[in-house]
Design a protein around this ligand. Structure first.
Ligand SMILES: [Cu+2]
Length: 100
């Protein structure tokens, strides 16, 4: 990796970093992520079938529409805490989101 590439990598993961998680093989990758309150999290479906994600908690209740292959769902976490993102269609899928 060149010096410029290293620098760009550092900037991309700074305070205004875009956070992306993928769904592949009926699992979230990575399965755990840490965000700052108010950050957006993009969840990208790399499977060849539909997912439908949801969050059920005191501070956030979210239900996506059917998420087609290749489609993104963008979620914002307004409050500090730990959130479980799950899929209606694949109950074993779990993404743990820590918001600090
Ligand atoms: Cu799913």
């Amino acid at each position: 990796m060149s010096a410029a590439a290293v620098l760009a990598f550092g900037i991309a993961h700074g305070a205004d970093a875009a956070h992306t998680v993928t769904q592949q093989g009926r699992a979230f990758h990575p399965g755990e992520v840490t965000l700052d309150a108010g950050d957006a999290l993009t969840i990208h479906n790399r499977d060849e079938f539909i997912h439908q994600i949801y969050v059920k908690s005191d501070s956030l209740n979210f239900d996506s529409d059917e998420q087609q292959p290749g489609q993104d769902v963008v979620l914002k976490f307004p409050a500090v805490g730990t959130f479980a993102v799950r899929c209606h269609i694949h109950p074993k899928m779990l993404l743990t989101v820590h918001v600090k």
